[in-house]
Ligand binder design. Structure first.
Ligand SMILES: NC(=O)c1ccc[n+]([C@@H]2O[C@H](COP(=O)([O-])OP(=O)(O)OC[C@H]3O[C@@H](n4cnc5c(N)ncnc54)[C@H](OP(=O)(O)O)[C@@H]3O)[C@@H](O)[C@H]2O)c1
Length: 254
């Protein structure tokens, strides 16, 4: 029996993971804000045999999220929690900066929202000595991208949080999988203007995540060559690294 919490389950990667894991004996606890879309995913998962509960919640609302997570955990002890909800922002095509509101939103959802999802459950996972935390980061966190500084910062922060948690929890029976995808096709993917090198389908992206979870992997980076390339930029002298990074004009339509 497994009980899986997924944020951002109304579409994209979260919806693909929910449907990928759905089946008899599986309880899915799905979070999003778009009611019809979330119910559509829930219905598809129920048709596959899963027990599904949904909550319309903003992951930035920490108290409401914690209350819901603990109530769900009382009903079915959580075995897997996937912090997937995410938003983009970025510099504007007219040369404008991101702006304080956009930066707050991106850091609030991608970094603090993920922490809000994980922290309430950690004491229970540790007490049970079982369970896994999955954090959906991005290769954009491996090297700050000039078109989306806040997004890069949010994902770099989330990656660091996950690396620290994994080392902390490994001896206490709780696993952590840090996931850093490159481009995959979704509503968010469509907002990345410009080239999408090595882009994969959302189903393929979900397959990478599910296999990593199944083998208890600590990290999942795909395509790994793209992740490695961005990581290596960090080792170059700053002027050269910046020049090469500017070649990636991944503009974001925020
Ligand atoms: N697509 C890519 O190329 C790519 C690459 C690397 C990493 N990623 C990461 O992968 C994850 C999934 O991305 P995706 O492409 O599937 O995105 P997407 O299609 O835009 O879906 C984003 C999901 O997050 C939810 N969400 C957004 N803000 C929320 C909030 N404040 N509270 C609760 N839920 C919220 C949305 O649900 P509602 O609208 O219903 O709230 C939606 O279900 C994100 O963390 C993203 O940063 C994506």
């Amino acid at each position: 029996m497994s009980a899986i919490v997924i944020s951002g389950a109304s579409r994209g990667l979260g919806a693909a993971l929910a449907q990928g894991w759905a089946g008899p004996g599986v309880t899915l606890h799905l979070i999003g804000r778009d009611a019809p879309a979330l119910e559509g995913v829930a219905g598809a998962c129920r048709a596959l045999g899963a027990t599904v509960r949904t909550a319309l919640l903003d992951v930035r609302d920490a108290p409401a999220l914690a209350a819901q997570l603990l109530a769900w955990d009382d009903a079915a002890p959580t075995t897997l929690v996937v912090a997937n909800a995410g938003v983009t922002g970025g510099t504007r095509p007219d040369g404008g900066m991101e702006g304080q509101d956009s930066v707050q939103r991106v850091l609030g959802v991608n970094l603090l929202g993920a922490v809000n999802l994980v922290e309430p459950l950690l004491p229970r996972l540790v007490a049970r000595g079982a369970g896994r935390v999955v954090l959906i980061c991005s290769v954009a966190g491996f090297r700050g991208l000039p078109d989306s500084p806040a997004y890069s910062a949010s994902k770099a922060g989330l990656w660091a949080y996950g690396e620290a948690l994994r080392a902390l929890l490994a001896l206490r029976g709780v696993g952590v999988t840090n996931v850093a995808p490159g481009f995959f096709r979704s509503e968010m993917g469509a907002r990345f203007l410009g080239k999408h090198p090595f882009e994969v389908s959302v189903e393929r992206a979900a397959g990478h995540v599910m296999r990593a979870v199944a083998r208890g992997a600590g990290r999942c980076v795909f395509p790994w060559g793209f992740g490695l390339m961005l990581r290596l930029l960090e080792l170059l002298p700053a002027p050269l690294a910046d020049k090469l990074t500017r070649l990636f004009r991944f503009r974001v339509d925020s």
